[in-house]
Design a protein around this ligand. Structure first.
Ligand code: CO
Length: 208
């Protein structure tokens, strides 16, 4: 890949935007008011805005390997804090995807060096749901299910964060768990009942 092609692409993109709206970048520079926080995987195939049909300014994005919400991750915590307390987003999305390399790696007992502590969190998800996962004999189906359960657990991790709990109580924000199906391009809503999940964990995790 010729890296200069990116600058050519950028010039074309700017020209395209300006041909439709001469004030496009002037307006973009005024500030952002996104209503959605999207936490997705770093996978190059999972393009946040593009797959949602959203435009610059409409979604606040955080991506890491396997869309994880890890309590000691200062990066993720800062993104969530800024999105919830400063941008006042209304919708918090965890978006996983089938054929996720991080999830696949976590399913294999193997020393992967510096990746070990990160993958450990996905292996923990497997342990929590070991009975269900081990009852699935087809390996691909088990892999897909772990992708879904990981999304569910990351949604739960999100509502363990004090500022998210506060926003939940004060202004009724929404938390969603989705999976992007690379095979079809479809976005699947896992329809996780966050009210129920919140109730279930509050006995232990209520920070209010
Ligand atoms: Co992935």
């Amino acid at each position: 890949m010729d890296i200069n092609k990116i600058f050519e692409n950028n010039n074309e993109w700017v020209a395209g935007k300006l041909s439709v709206d001469p004030d496009y970048f002037k307006n973009l520079a005024k500030g952002q008011d996104p209503k959605v926080l999207f936490i997705g995987c770093s996978d190059s195939r999972v393009t946040a805005e593009e797959l949602m049909g959203l435009h610059p300014g409409e979604v606040f994005v955080h991506r890491n390997i396997s869309n994880m919400v890890i309590s000691t991750d200062l990066n993720m915590n800062s993104v969530v804090d800024f999105a919830v307390n400063h941008l006042n987003v209304e919708h918090l999305v965890i978006c996983g995807h089938y054929f996720c390399g991080g999830v696949k790696a976590a399913m294999q007992p193997k020393d992967l060096g510096i990746l070990n502590p990160w993958l450990r969190n996905i292996r923990d998800v497997y342990r929590i749901h070991k009975d269900e996962l081990n009852s699935i004999s087809d390996e691909n189906q088990r892999y897909n299910r772990l992708v879904e359960l990981n999304v569910q657990e990351q949604c739960i991790n999100l509502i363990k964060i004090a500022s998210v709990q506060k926003a939940y109580k004060e202004r009724n924000i929404h938390v969603y768990g989705w999976v992007f199906d690379i095979h079809s391009g479809r976005l699947i809503d896992l329809k996780i009942d966050m009210e129920k999940e919140l109730k279930d964990i509050m006995e232990i995790y209520d920070l209010g």
